[in-house]
Design a protein around this ligand. Structure first.
Ligand code: NOJ
Length: 538
């Protein structure tokens, strides 16, 4: 193994295949499209890309409903396209991470179809969580568990049994107590490792194991579990048994040459609880959603940073940082919302257009703060352009199952999944040759197009590129945080760089020293305006 494992300070760029680049012109992105745009990632200066699912799927949850774990959906291309993508990425020095969805299959998966056909009591049903219902005729669900997307977590099949789905009805939960299920996923890991992937992003990593007996839990779903004296861990999340699964996977990864890794999507709090996923013999990283959700105040941000660093310290893992992904409102919009608007799952009731200028100013400051922290950072496609959420999508184009299962109460995640703009003057802003897009793009996105921003000093794309260059040059990802006390500001030193973010309402003085980069213009008198981050030579 290399002295510094590559992921410990890597910047990893999330590609959402549906919306990155469309080579075949059907309006949905594809693998050849991704390959054609890899140079963008090289110019940006990231270390790796993680691709959300591109496997055969009915796409009821945008591909997080996998019908075949060992192939490519024809919408996205072929296995040969995948191999070509990996080759092209490696030639450019980029690592490749793929998404693994082990908590549930698609209802189109051969196993689920077999389970439906085989009927109650069959071995095929045992691969999932089938139960008899309650009530005189079993007409009531086996328990009150709720789906994360809204509505009951149980659906009844024709013969009267019910199956568990923590997400959409098309996503039946697998029974991870069964050795056969474990063996299947071990094969899937090997399949992609053999094709050269550097790692896996593990979907719903906190969900695989359910408390035995599926005890009652009627509380509405919350994305984070906070075990403590006052309330116990929900029976569907963060069960101790998940860790044995990750230990076995780690043994497989470690058996391959070239430092393969896993990053867990585990909505688990507090940080010490999350740290259990990244013990020495388990996953290598876990997403830090506590950081993503921290309110935009100096105290909250500092608390999130300190608790994150402290959380992983005892287990020797590196911290991760993330501000946007395909499940949350883009941070360029989120940070401009009035307090109280939701971080996840959509926009508030009256769907306001946020204060775009404020959101972008804060987003740029937040990004520079994030990229100055030790550990690894995850970027979501388009954030390097300062893309806002699409907050005014017409309801009739929405596709997120959240929108349907919540009976149109939660607008869902489509607003952060809109195809991204590459060229200001091309149809669909260069997303694909036909001008078609599976979700409509706002009419004023030319100003965010990569080709336009590339020409403009101080554009968000320029800022990201320069921040990544400086981060690498000064080893910020491998550094440590030494705090300076500050009112309404974050102020710390990481190696040769002093980092200051002003969260206050008035400009803050800057200490003497060369300003290496700032997220916005400094005031004429050299002070740091509100909602701005500066990196200085310490
Ligand atoms: C987390 C994924 O990020 C999200 O997009 C998906 O809907 C759920 N897991 C279910 O797979």
């Amino acid at each position: 193994m290399s002295p510094l494992l590559w992921w410990r300070d890597a910047v990893i760029y999330q590609v959402y295949p549906r919306s990155f680049a469309d080579a075949d012109g059907d309006g949905m992105g594809d693998l050849r499209g991704i390959t054609s745009r890899l140079d963008h990632l090289v110019e940006l200066g990231v270390d790796a890309l993680w691709m959300s699912p591109f496997y055969p799927s009915p796409q009821h949850d945008a591909g997080y409903d996998v019908a075949d774990y060992r192939d490519v959906d024809p919408r996205f291309g072929t296995l040969a396209d995948f191999d070509a993508l990996v080759t092209a990425a490696k030639e450019r020095g980029l690592r490749v991470i793929v998404d693994l969805v082990p908590n549930h299959t698609s209802s189109d998966h051969a196993w689920f179809q077999e389970a439906l056909a085989a009927g109650p009591g069959s071995a095929a049903r045992d691969r999932y969580h089938f139960r008899k219902g309650l009530g005189v005729d079993g007409e009531l669900p086996p328990n009150g568990w709720q789906s994360v997307f809204g509505g009951p977590a149980w659906t009844r099949v024709a013969d009267g049994e019910w199956y568990l789905h923590l997400f959409d009805t098309s996503q039946p939960d697998l029974n991870w107590d069964l050795p056969e299920v474990r063996a299947m996923f071990e094969d899937v890991l090997r399949f992609w490792l053999d094709r050269g992937v550097d790692g896996f992003r593990v979907d719903v990593a906190h969900g695989l194991i359910k408390e035995s007996g599926l005890p009652e839990w009627t509380a509405a779903q919350v994305p984070i579990t906070s075990p403590g004296a006052e309330h116990r861990t929900p029976p569907m999340w963060d069960q101790d048994g998940v860790h044995e699964v990750y230990r076995s996977w780690r043994r497989i990864l470690d058996g391959y040459p070239g430092d393969r890794m896993m990053v867990g999507e585990a909505w688990v709090a507090p940080a010490e609880r999350l740290a259990r996923y990244v013990r020495q013999d388990e996953m290598n990283q876990a997403f830090n959603f506590n950081y993503l959700m921290a309110p935009w105040t100096a105290a909250d941000q500092r608390e999130a940073i300190e608790s994150s660093l402290a959380g992983v310290e005892p287990v020797g893992a590196s911290c991760t940082w993330v501000l946007s992904n395909h499940d949350v409102v883009r941070h360029a919009s989120r940070l401009g919302f009035a307090p109280g608007y939701s971080t996840q799952g959509g926009i508030g009731d009256d769907d306001p257009q946020p204060d775009e200028a404020l959101g972008l100013r804060r987003a740029r400051a937040a990004t520079m703060l994030m990229l100055s922290l030790p550990g690894s950072a995850y970027l979501y496609q388009g954030e390097e352009l300062g893309l806002p959420e699409h907050t005014t999508l017409p309801d009739d184009v929405r596709q997120d199952p959240t929108w349907f299962r919540s009976e149109h109460e939660v607008r869902g995640r489509d607003g952060c999944r809109v195809p991204i703009p590459w060229e200001a003057d091309a149809p669909a802003y260069g997303f694909g040759p036909s001008g078609k897009t599976w979700l409509p793009q706002p009419s004023d996105w030319a100003r965010f197009a990569a080709d336009r921003e590339r020409e403009v000093p101080g554009s968000t794309l320029s800022m990201y590129t320069e921040a990544l260059r400086l981060r690498r040059k000064h080893g910020l990802g491998q550094g440590t945080v030494e705090w300076h006390e500050a009112a309404d500001a974050i102020d710390f030193r990481n190696g040769p760089v002093r980092v200051i973010t002003n969260f206050g309402k008035v400009p803050a003085p800057l200490p003497p020293g060369e300003v290496l980069l700032a997220s916005g213009d400094l005031a004429a008198d050299g002070t740091l305006p509100p909602d701005t981050t500066a990196w200085l030579r310490a």
